[in-house]
Design a protein around this ligand. Structure first.
Ligand code: ZN
Length: 172
């Protein structure tokens, strides 16, 4: 993706108020971000570990969403250790359920959607082999890196479709 300035990032958020977007803690290492190797910018809030953010191009528009690690949701027995964006398997807490408030009126009414994804949102780097999960072997796939990137971008797009879909929240 192309390099982003702080102002563009703050202006991109679709599921929080302008005031909230102005207070978001950006990644500390923003100047050293490897933009060439990212399809989306994702980071954990350095000051609030239960918050994460994702910024990417969506339908031609730079789109940011705020994400939370929900509290009070009992982890189900079917909890997965595979990221639903990039298909990387992780040990332990490497995959987290992150929820996003929906955009627009549905979000203001408290509706949200969720997905199990790499807790550090570094999917772009896992797919390219630039970052390794704690599991020794990445699940081997008969897909090229390009194909995996394409699939990941499509999955992130589907998640953003759900964020924008007006109506009640879905199950996680
Ligand atoms: Zn991932």
């Amino acid at each position: 993706m192309e390099q982003l300035a702080e102002k563009e990032i703050r202006a991109s958020f679709v599921n929080c108020s302008k005031g909230e977007a102005g207070r978001i803690n950006l990644p500390r290492s923003l100047p050293e971000t490897p933009w060439d190797e990212l399809d989306f910018l994702g980071w954990r809030d350095p000051g609030a570990p239960d918050r994460s953010y994702l910024v990417t191009g969506y339908q031609g528009v730079l789109t940011g969403i705020t994400l939370r690690v929900p509290t009070g949701i009992r982890r189900s027995l079917t909890r997965t250790n595979i990221c639903s964006f990039c298909a990387t398997s992780h040990a332990g807490s490497g995959v987290a359920l992150l929820t996003a408030r929906k955009s627009g009126p549905a979000g203001r009414q408290g509706n949200s959607v969720g997905a199990y994804v790499c807790a550090d949102l570094a999917c772009s780097l896992y797919v390219r082999g630039r970052k390794k999960s704690q599991l020794i072997e990445r699940y081997v796939e008969n897909l090229t890196v390009e194909e995996q990137v394409e699939r990941m971008v499509a999955n992130v797009g589907l998640f953003l479709d759900r964020v924008h879909l007006q109506g009640e929240g879905e199950g996680y």
